[in-house]
Design a protein around this ligand. Structure first.
Ligand SMILES: *Cc1c(COP(=O)(O)O)cnc(C)c1O
Length: 407
């Protein structure tokens, strides 16, 4: 038996102090154990909750096609992948997944990573170094910010969706080139912003980066599977997919599985295999995850996916109208992410707690995920919801609306 030490180490003491501050600031976080599969209803602490918190936008996480594919891959290829991709862990399911991804995205190639986070980290650090410039939207996901810092490139942040600010920074980067400095510029943005649910002005951003000879990396984590004729993402919907050098996404949201990907040219994929450290120095994803993701892509690409996508947009509209009719209109609704601004961190958490007690799970999102004082409830809809469930969530929201919500 491993001995259990009761001694409080110096580290523990230090960390306890820091945790105390986190609690006092109303920013304490803890895990909630879920005792059911992902779905429109989940079970937490013995209570069944209407789930408006998941990224399983098309209801695929528990879809039989994905479950069966995962089970079959575990039977055929085992539970573990044994090694990194470049040693002996590059199993058939990984290659099949990458072929399906490239076909789905309409790119020459695609490379799968163990998470979207790892994809961003690997791609940005493989492409940029200290002579380069990386320009990110103020609201890009933490993985792109962390990657930017790790790359050693000069990091510049433009105001959220602010084209003038972006142009100002790109002009400054041009000036560096004119001074004879080496180095290239990469712009990074999201197509659907994860905490506000709004879209980037993608056409204008693509025009801008081309005028300045910069490259673009687009994170489509919340858009793949949901936008565009073939559900490839917002780049497809806006007709600019062929002009985005690095297309990134996750396999853990609409695709219903887990993992991340980069889609683009063959040269880009080859470069990442050679240089992306999060790809090279990490055990390959388990076969079941790769196979489930591939099955998810196939569902999304087919008529089942089309129907689910249509259903999701119908429900989003229904949810929005319900709130508008009840006098609590949400902000701009452009995706399946609907933020309801509260402002104060403690008030947002209290509201989420009250909703949960009434059987509706809509999480409070607060600092550091969003800015201080910009706490909100963040509702995400799924094709797995019924109209009645959406009506139930709206009713619970309206019944518990705080006295003076900050719009
Ligand atoms: C979820 C998310 C990621 C990370 O993807 P994982 O596969 O969950 O690691 C990256 N970017 C955005 C915008 C996301 O929402």
């Amino acid at each position: 038996m491993v001995p259990h030490h009761d001694t409080v180490t110096d580290l523990d003491q230090e960390l306890s102090g820091r945790l105390g501050q986190i609690r006092e600031a109303g920013l304490w976080r803890e895990l909630r154990r879920v005792d059911s599969p992902q779905g429109a209803r989940i079970r937490i602490a013995g209570q069944e909750l209407l789930n408006f918190s998941s990224n399983d936008y098309l209801g695929l996480a528990h879809h039989p096609a994905l479950r069966d594919a995962a089970a079959k891959a575990a039977q055929d290829f085992g539970a573990g992948s044994g090694a990194s991709r470049l040693i002996c862990g590059s199993l058939a399911p990984h290659h099949q997944l990458e072929e399906s991804l490239a076909e789905f995205k309409g790119t020459q190639a695609a490379l799968a990573f163990s998470t979207g986070y790892a994809a961003a980290l690997g791609a940005i650090t493989a492409v940029l170094g200290k002579d380069d410039v990386i320009v990110v939207d103020k609201l890009v996901h933490a993985c792109c910010v962390d990657a930017a810092r790790l790359s050693g490139a000069k990091l510049r942040v433009f105001g959220h969706n602010d084209l003038d600010d972006l142009e100002r920074i790109l002009r400054w980067a041009d000036g560096r080139g004119a001074e004879g400095r080496r180095g290239r510029t990469l712009v990074v943005t999201e197509s659907v912003f994860s905490m506000d649910g709004d879209l980037a002005p993608l056409k204008d951003i693509v025009d801008l980066k081309e005028r300045h000879g910069a490259w673009l990396m687009l994170d489509e984590a919340h858009a793949t599977g949901l936008f565009g004729e073939h559900r490839r993402g917002v780049a497809e919907a806006f007709g600019v997919a062929g002009r985005v050098e690095i297309q990134m996404g996750t396999l853990g949201k609409a695709f219903g599985a887990a993992g991340g990907y980069i889609a683009g040219s063959r040269v880009l994929a080859d470069h990442l295999v050679n240089r992306a450290r999060s790809f090279i120095f990490s055990t390959a994803p388990v076969p079941a995850a790769a196979a489930a993701a591939r099955a998810g892509i196939e569902v999304v690409a087919g008529s089942d996916g089309a129907q689910r996508c249509h259903r999701l947009w119908t429900l989003v509209d229904f949810f929005k109208k319900g709130l508008v009719n009840s006098g609590w209109p949400p902000g701009l609704v452009q995706s399946a992410i609907i933020p309801l601004m509260v402002g104060d961190e403690t008030a947002a958490v209290a509201l989420a707690d009250t909703l949960r007690a009434s059987g509706v799970f809509i999480p409070a999102i607060r600092y550091p995920t969003v800015a201080r004082g910009a706490a909100r409830l963040r509702a995400t809809l799924s094709a797995g919801h019924t109209a009645e469930e959406v009506t139930g969530a709206v009713a619970a929201l309206v019944a518990n609306r705080p006295p003076a919500p900050v719009a």
